[in-house]
Design a protein around this ligand. Structure first.
Ligand code: MLT
Length: 260
């Protein structure tokens, strides 16, 4: 089943392995290919499903409407319904973490475990919201290649491998303009979900790159402190994209989480 039909949209999904379902939720402006190493590395213990979120990757194109975290969370629940699974391990990176926290709030009984990677629970500041609008304007003026160049240094650690750089640029430059605009609006308007943290009762792994400047280790520590059954891992050398900067390390952390 490479696609999941949900209402009038079609979501592209990548699947590997057998067993309990783990859902992998990518960041912005990325797609399901960011999880390829984890899908291969965890296929012996999980039915791993990496989704292209609504509007992203090979899913039905969006028309520029705000892509909200709540809509994405509803799509996760719909995918679980389609594969007849009540619960899943939810693994989210950055924007995918915002979606995972929306899912934890809206569908708490459907969580088996949670991995929050390079993400944060809070809403955008006023400055951050203005930055979203500025980012949409400069994308439309300067194009995706310029966006990839301006994002690259902020997203990767100080000594990224050529493979990590290549994967990041391919994803950013392959993301539809409408999707970038809609995702920026959806992130800009997302609510603060800090209050959700202490209600999370499932095993949780908070994972962050040592050099993550978007959602730094200090913020990750606060998030882990607020979640009752959580661990914090700071990944040496990585920036904001731990699963592609240290694929084996991220896979090992998830393997430990799934066996808790
Ligand atoms: C991401 O990696 O998903 C983004 O950095 C999230 C954000 O811009 O808030």
């Amino acid at each position: 089943m490479p696609y999941a039909d949900i209402g009038n949209t079609r979501l592209h999904i990548r699947q590997r392995g057998q067993g309990p379902v783990a859902l992998f939720i990518h960041g912005f402006p990325l797609d399901s290919t960011m999880w390829l190493d984890q899908l291969n590395g965890l296929a012996d213990i999980r039915r791993c499903i990496a989704m292209d979120l609504r509007g992203f990757g090979r899913s039905t194109p969006s028309t520029g409407e705000p892509l909200t975290m709540e809509q994405h969370a509803a799509d996760l629940a719909a995918v679980l319904d389609l594969v007849s699974e009540e619960q899943a391990d939810i693994v989210g990176l950055s924007m995918g973490g915002y979606v995972a926290l929306a899912f934890a709030e809206l569908y708490p009984d459907r969580l088996r475990s949670l991995a929050l990677i390079d993400t944060r629970p809070g809403a955008d500041s006023e400055e951050g919201k203005a930055g979203r609008d500025a980012a949409a304007a400069s994308l439309l003026d300067d194009g995706r290649s310029a966006m990839a160049t301006s994002m690259e240094t902020g997203l990767l650690g100080p000594e990224p491998s050529p493979a990590a750089r290549a994967r990041l640029r391919t994803m950013i430059e392959g993301c539809a303009y409408e999707t970038v605009v809609g995702a920026l609006a959806g992130m800009r308007d997302r609510p603060d979900r800090t209050h959700v943290l202490d209600s999370i009762t499932v095993p949780t792994a908070v994972i962050v790159g040592e050099f993550d400047s978007v959602t730094p280790p200090a913020e990750a520590r606060l998030m882990a402190d607020a979640i009752p059954d959580s661990t914090l891992t700071i990944v040496p050398g990585a920036g904001h994209l731990t699963p592609i900067e240290d694929p084996a390390g991220a896979t090992d952390e998830l393997r430990s989480l799934f066996s808790r």
